[in-house]
Design a protein around this ligand. Structure first.
Ligand SMILES: C[S@@+](CC[C@H](N)C(=O)[O-])C[C@H]1O[C@@H](n2cnc3c(N)ncnc32)[C@H](O)[C@@H]1O
Length: 419
């Protein structure tokens, strides 16, 4: 077994906060999200003109005239141009202040990572190394078992078992992933067992008890909420989670808060609202981005034709479309997608001008999205703190910080709660 290095723990000063501070930040986030819902709620993709544009014509005019290259630059995380309206600068500054988080102290990757062989991508390696490096030194004494929640192939559990020597139980729904994880554990002699279970089933929650530390890397929406709620009820010794896919509500119409603060906040959030928190392209390759731009322009061009044929009305999505259709020429794409979704097309239309109109609308839509995008990280932090506060309210000491760069994973907010 590799020894876990004992030098320099996570940046506890930066990450630790009193209950009052996280609760205060949560209250500020709630207020800001509530006050600015008119800016982040409506989706530019679905509207020809956004409700806020009349109230802020200087912002609307500036964004609508922004060239493609400038939109790309700002989307990739660069500063707003100095020529941007003061209001846009001020929204951005407020969002940055509300969403600020300290990074956890970085740690060298443990040698045990080598037993994972070539099965793990470089980015996943960095993610699990950083998660492990932040969480393991923060675990309290008295932890005798680690549970990996929504384990996938259990790479994180593998690394943690190797670093600590503690037995790891990796909970995962997919039988194939469990089989692969168990195979690797046997091959490498790591103390890790995969169990094929549904973490939403009450029988699974029996594994949550004192002496257990639960690790959840990228457990989607409700899967993290369920862990937090049940871990707090059952008094596990520690919980560490970095959630993703906040919009996964398991068919519920709205987000269900697990903390008293979240329930008091009374901020209704639909899956559509929460989707905003995860729509960053920071780790997408240039090819993936280009394909996304093409699909967006094609869909917007099709929408203009459908509106023309039906005399206006609301945006009507053709639904999920096979990627191969987006590689067709624009006119074929429109005919295929419209027939598939039962959408009308005008009797006569020019493919060249409809394609150009879609492309221009794509530029404007992406520029207008900049306003909404300011609230992406505050919304994500709101959803993470909502779970953190549930544990704090139950007597856990809670630390919140970023465990890796956003290039390694944009879902990089980590909560570690110990008792
Ligand atoms: C985004 S992946 C994360 C996997 C792994 N933790 C990682 O970071 O690589 C989420 C995992 O949760 C599993 N999952 C989804 N719903 C589940 C459920 N109800 N019970 C158990 N596992 C579930 C999926 O099969 C998937 O492997």
């Amino acid at each position: 077994m590799d020894e876990w290095p004992t030098t320099e723990g996570p940046d506890a000063r930066a990450c630790t906060s009193s209950e009052r501070t996280w609760a205060q930040r949560f209250a500020q986030l709630t207020e800001s999200l509530r006050a600015h819902r008119h800016l982040w709620g409506p989706r530019p993709f679905a509207c020809l003109r956004l409700p806020w544009e009349e109230a802020y014509p200087e912002v609307s005019d500036w964004l609508r005239s922004l060239p493609f290259a400038e939109v790309d630059r700002v989307e990739s995380g660069e500063e707003l141009p100095a020529s941007a309206p003061a209001l846009l600068h001020s929204w951005r500054a407020t969002a940055a202040r509300l969403a600020r988080l300290a990074p956890w102290g970085s740690r060298p990757l443990p040698a045990t990572l080598s037993t994972l062989g070539t099965q793990v991508s470089a980015r996943k390696r960095e993610q699990i190394g950083a998660f492990c490096g932040a969480v393991l030194p923060a675990l309290p004494s008295g932890v005798t078992t680690l549970i990996e929640w929504c384990a996938g192939r259990g790479h994180l559990g593998h690394l943690c078992a190797g670093c600590t020597g503690l037995p790891v139980l990796s909970l995962e729904r997919e039988a194939g992933l469990c089989a692969k994880g168990n195979h690797l554990a046997v091959q490498t002699g790591i103390r890790q067992q995969h169990l094929q279970v549904d973490v939403l089933a009450p029988a699974t929650w029996e594994y949550l008890r004192p002496g257990v530390a639960v690790l959840a890397l990228h457990a989607c929406g409700v899967l993290t909420s369920t862990l937090v709620r049940e871990a707090a009820r059952r008094g596990v010794s520690a919980v560490a989670f970095a959630p993703c896919c906040h919009h996964f509500l398991n068919k519920a119409a709205e987000y269900t808060p697990v903390s008293a603060a979240g329930q008091r906040a009374g901020l209704p959030l639909s899956a559509q609202d929460l989707r905003l928190s995860i729509v960053d392209e920071i780790v997408a390759s240039a090819t993936v981005r280009a394909a996304g731009r093409r699909e967006e322009a094609f869909r917007l061009g099709l929408d203009l034709l459908v509106r023309e044929a039906s005399g206006g009305g609301d945006y009507r999505s053709p639904g999920h479309l096979p990627p191969a259709w987006v590689r067709l020429p624009f006119a074929d794409f429109c005919r295929t997608a419209a027939a598939h979704a039962g959408l009308p097309l005008p009797a006569h239309w020019s493919p060249a001008s409809a394609e150009a109109a879609g492309s221009e609308r794509g530029r404007i839509t992406r520029a207008l999205c900049m306003v909404r995008a300011q609230f992406r990280r505050p919304l994500e932090l709101w959803a993470v703190l909502e779970r953190a506060l549930c544990l704090e309210e139950s007597g856990y000491a809670v630390r919140v910080g970023t465990f890796c760069s956003r290039q390694t994973t944009p879902r990089n907010i980590l909560v570690v709660a110990t008792r």
